[in-house]
Design a protein around this ligand. Structure first.
Ligand SMILES: [Zn+2]
Length: 324
């Protein structure tokens, strides 16, 4: 049986331990937060809304650091439903600027700022151009949402709310570091490093990136939306975990022209196989693929190409990564 993940109270444990760089997992160990590494699947959908999924967003926890990848519809709300909090997120990486990947950006930026008391770390945002411009247009001094934050900065009511929450006055306007990034090293931290590669989606209209995170325990690749792509194969070589945006069955997509710049079941399997990943996580799954029966066929088709563990991602899943 290739589908090996199972749900325990909203959290997913894997049927066999993942091979981290420092050895096998010990399920059930009490764990210090510094030791905790987890992947929160907040949004596992596409531009087509369904009752169970819509757009993409994932949080990667590496000890005390929380990295948000993409900020699709309702990402902030889904974050809180996952027992996380916007001010915990100090890093946001955007794969590209389709709305199913960035539509919650104004909500997340404003909510994180609004809930801040001034003692939080500044938010750092990375993405392909025009990430900086989009953020300026949203919450810059003349941005679409500037009336909101100017009122919250200046109105006595809002000043009381801020002060009662523990903030000091005068209240600073939203501030964050936003960077347009390209292929190569994006950001290096003490325990982890993020590298990007250009992938093939809808260029030249939008530029799209895949991200790889290497930690002292293991590595994970977020492929984003892409068709077959040598740059992604190169980026993903030797990763432990491969997160694939898988729209539909390969045969269907090859027949209807939708494999052009998107990943189907067998392309996801080939990506995972060629990378050497232990685990393939399917997300950004379309309504047709998610139907009962259809998803089982997807898993068995993938198993003809890829011998590792395949997880059919659901919104609200939390996957424990790289336990010792
Ligand atoms: Zn998409």
């Amino acid at each position: 049986m290739p589908t090996l993940a199972f749900l325990i109270g909203g959290r997913v444990e894997l049927a066999r331990p993942w091979r981290g760089v420092r050895g096998a997992a010990q399920q059930g160990d009490a764990m210090d937060i510094n030791e905790k590494n987890a992947l929160y699947l907040l949004g596992t959908g596409t531009p087509t809304p369904t009752k169970s999924r819509f757009g993409t967003a994932y949080v990667l926890q590496i000890g005390r650091d929380f990295l948000l990848f993409d900020c699709g519809p309702a990402a902030t709300y889904k974050l809180v439903r996952a027992d996380l909090w916007p001010t915990q997120i100090d890093y946001l990486f955007l794969t590209h600027h389709h709305f199913d990947h960035n539509a919650d950006l104004p909500c997340f930026l404003l909510c994180r700022w609004d809930q801040s008391t001034g003692r939080e770390n500044p938010l750092r945002v990375f993405g392909p151009p025009p990430t900086r411009e989009i953020i300026q247009k949203l919450i810059g001094p003349d941005g679409a949402f500037s009336d909101d934050w100017k009122a919250r900065v200046n109105a006595p009511l809002s000043q009381h709310v801020h002060a009662n929450r523990g903030g000091s006055l005068p209240r600073p306007p939203p501030a964050m570091e936003a960077a347009d990034v390209a292929a190569g090293e994006v950001f290096r931290h003490g325990r982890w490093m993020v590298t990007a590669a250009h992938v093939h989606h809808v260029e030249p209209w939008l530029r799209s990136l895949a991200y790889r995170v290497d930690t002292d325990r293991g590595s994970i690749v977020f492929a984003g939306d892409t068709g077959p792509c040598g740059e992604l194969n190169h980026l993903a070589k030797g990763t432990n975990v491969f997160v694939a945006n898988c729209w539909n069955h390969q045969k269907t997509m090859d027949g209807d022209g939708e494999a052009l710049g998107q990943t189907g079941t067998l392309d996801a399997a080939r990506f995972a196989r060629d990378s050497g990943a232990d685990v393939l996580i399917l997300t950004h799954t379309g309504p047709s693929l998610c139907r009962p029966g259809s998803r089982e066929r997807a898993i068995s088709d993938i198993a003809t190409v890829y011998q590792g563990e395949t997880v059919f991602g659901e919104e609200g899943m939390v996957l424990t990564l790289w336990q010792r």
